[in-house]
Design a protein around this ligand. Structure first.
Ligand code: GZL
Length: 628
């Protein structure tokens, strides 16, 4: 092609695109004005495709939710499963001048950069359904597909009830991320049941027809199969029709996933007895629009992630599941009473957390019965029993440790009082018991990863192996276990660093001091880096180091978690090098969740708070902005 032609084409393209953008901006103005100025916000919705049922449902539910807001308009684009087209769609939406982007990405990895570009241009981004890499977005709303797989596994294991059996898992050839996670969750339960033999049947693709063909062709091996786990309800339907064709529909139980209500979808398949159960894969359109409004109005307390709850829908419970989903919410208007069992007053973080929750209770006009347990699980359990006797509306617990709660949580459930886990979480013997309504708090593992990534990127190894001393929180507390797990996940990729000494300082100043003192009593100081699970222990360690003439922040680099004001002051002094944020100020999110819960709204599985990382280079500028 001649240079002249190329220049001509480039000119035409430039004119074309600028006309399009001008048109679109005029069109936005026209759109805004056409509604007598009522429309305040334009939300762009970039959907990966409008072919898959789940994705169509997302757009339909968003459009339904918007009907309740006359100040919002949405513009929807269909990327037809093409990453390049989704990037172009987003550019057009940005050119149109949208105020917020909602996106369900074609491909999590491929779309991460483009989503970051929108986020960095100060257009809020809500990512739905498929989580992208990193945290360069405003809010993620989606299901936990690993849990969905676990729920399917739990249902099938309960069906076998300890007896030997064979289960066939139907999955597409190249697994999209949600199927991969469902398979991991399913396999984790099957691995815990050696009496169940699991085999995988690969499908041409994740469609009903490919499931029909594969199961029909399965032949003799179907004779020993007792159950089928299908990664979606349309795969389940294909499997059912093939079994029916072979006269086996009453001998093999099918469990699907997604749980939509239309004809031949999961709910219909369960109600008509064609499949045993389906695990719902919630969409989150209501949450997306509600949070979009909070974001556009600059409300505080918007979380980083909302993980939606999935339900095991069976022939026995399908009717009350539908009642729950169709329930209308009414704000009773009466004063809500919350029983709140707090860990204690062990740290600056804790004091800020309690203060945030008390302040939010006042703002939301909620009566808060606060019991401080001074880090005793026994006292927390007593407090919960007291709230049950009191007949509160909701019980909120910040559990000092992860285990030992099932009995008292069952008592609360029997009393019909929902329990919300705040800040820390618990492990349940059986996730199906639904003993916890939702969890609000941080991603402790990510905090641990961030701490070690900072060390890897900022503390040059000046010897064969850099020695790390770890100050751990309470033994058995979720932040302790998960901050260590996340840290070690990155550490194992960095052979130049090694944790040579760990001990529990229980998140207190004195605890940090004691560990350093005891180390110095046993060894000559040879530590290069201290990793503290919270600021208070780091500050105690700093105090003790100085008593022994060791310069904290210089002779030994120190990384801590929480990022309280005291940590920023220590960074300004050069005595602390890095503070990973763990945000205690989530009272508003907690009280919003309590209000939604009491009004009957379905609750998310988890609400994860927004967090960042800070080091000495920004401490001076940031400290004036710190809320705690
Ligand atoms: C974390 C919280 C931890 C803080 C400590 O969410 O539970 O407990 O990191 C606090 O400061 O004592």
């Amino acid at each position: 092609m001649s240079k002249r032609h190329l220049i001509l084409i480039l000119c035409l393209l430039t004119v074309g695109i600028s006309t399009l953008l001008t048109w679109s901006r005029n069109t936005k103005d026209e759109a805004l004005n056409a509604n007598e100025g009522k429309v305040e916000y334009i939300i762009g919705v970039s959907q990966a495709n409008m072919r898959e049922k789940w994705r169509v449902a997302l757009v339909e539910e968003l459009e339904k939710e918007i009907q309740g807001y006359d100040n919002i308009r949405i513009i929807t684009t269909d990327a037809t499963s093409s990453v390049e087209k989704q990037k172009l769609d987003i550019s057009h939406l940005m050119g149109f001048g949208i105020d917020l982007l909602i996106i369900s990405p074609c491909d999590e990895k491929e779309m991460t950069e483009k989503i970051k570009e929108v986020y960095d241009s100060n257009i809020p981004v809500i990512v739905m359904d498929r989580a992208i890499e990193g945290f360069d977005y405003t809010l993620y709303i989606g299901p936990d597909n690993t849990v969905i797989g676990q729920q399917a596994g739990n249902y099938i294991a309960a069906m076998f009830d300890g007896k030997p059996g064979k289960v066939l898992e139907l999955q597409g050839n190249n697994l999209p991320i949600q199927s991969e996670e469902r398979s991991i969750g399913f396999a984790s339960v099957m691995d815990a049941h050696p009496e169940i033999e699991r085999s995988v049947l690969k499908l041409q693709n994740e469609s009903k027809d490919s499931a029909y063909d594969a199961v029909l062709a399965a032949g003799e091996e179907l004779k020993e199969v007792d159950a089928i786990f299908a990664h979606s309800d349309y795969i389940a339907l294909g499997a059912y029709e093939a079994l029916k064709n072979r006269g086996l529909e009453n001998t093999i139980a099918i469990v699907g996933s997604d749980g939509f209500k239309e004809e031949d979808e999961g709910i219909d398949l369960v109600q008509s007895g064609r499949i045993e159960a389906t695990i719902s894969c919630p969409i989150g359109a209501r949450e997306a629009i509600e949070y979009a409004m909070d974001i556009l109005k600059n409300e505080t307390g918007v979380p980083k992630q909302v993980i939606l709850r999935s339900y095991t829908i069976t022939q026995k419970n399908v009717e009350n599941y539908l009642d729950k989903m169709n329930a209308t919410y009414e704000d009773s208007g009466r004063k809500i009473v919350v029983g709140y069992s707090q860990v204690g007053q062990e740290s600056q973080w804790r004091l800020a957390n309690t203060n945030s929750i008390q302040t939010a209770a006042d703002i939301f006009n909620i009566r808060l019965l606060l019991e401080d347990a001074n880090q005793s699980q026994e006292r927390q359990i007593e407090a919960i029993r007291g709230f049950i006797r009191e007949g509160v509306d909701v019980i909120v617990v910040s559990p000092v440790v992860e285990t030992g709660w099932d009995e008292v949580l069952r008592e609360a459930k029997a009393a019909g009082i929902p329990v919300v886990m705040s800040d820390r979480n618990v492990t349940q013997e059986d996730i199906e018991e639904d003993l916890i309504t939702t969890y609000i708090g941080a991603d402790f593992k990510e905090e641990g990863r961030r701490a070690m990534r900072w060390i890897r990127d900022n503390v040059e190894p000046d010897k064969k192996q850099m020695k790390i001393l770890q100050l751990q929180g309470n033994k058995g507390a979720s932040p302790t276990e998960e901050r260590q797990e996340g840290f070690e996940e990155v550490l194992k990729e960095c052979p130049e660093y090694k944790i040579v000494y760990s001990d529990h300082g229980n998140f207190t100043f004195e605890g940090g001091q004691k560990i350093v003192r005891e180390y110095l009593n046993q060894y000559k100081w040879d530590i290069d880096i201290i990793y503290a699970h919270n600021d208070d222990m780091a500050l105690g360690a700093i105090e003790e180091l100085k008593k022994h003439g060791i310069k904290p922040g210089e002779d030994v680099k120190i990384v801590s978690v929480d990022a309280t004001k005291a940590a920023f002051l220590a960074m300004i002094e050069g005595e602390l090098n890095c503070a990973v944020e763990c945000n205690p100020v989530f009272g508003n999110q907690l009280m919003k969740a309590v209000r939604d819960l009491v009004s009957g709204k379905p609750m998310p599985f988890k609400i994860i708070t927004e967090e960042k990382i800070y080091d000495e280079s920004v401490a001076e500028d940031m400290i004036k902005l710190r809320e705690y």
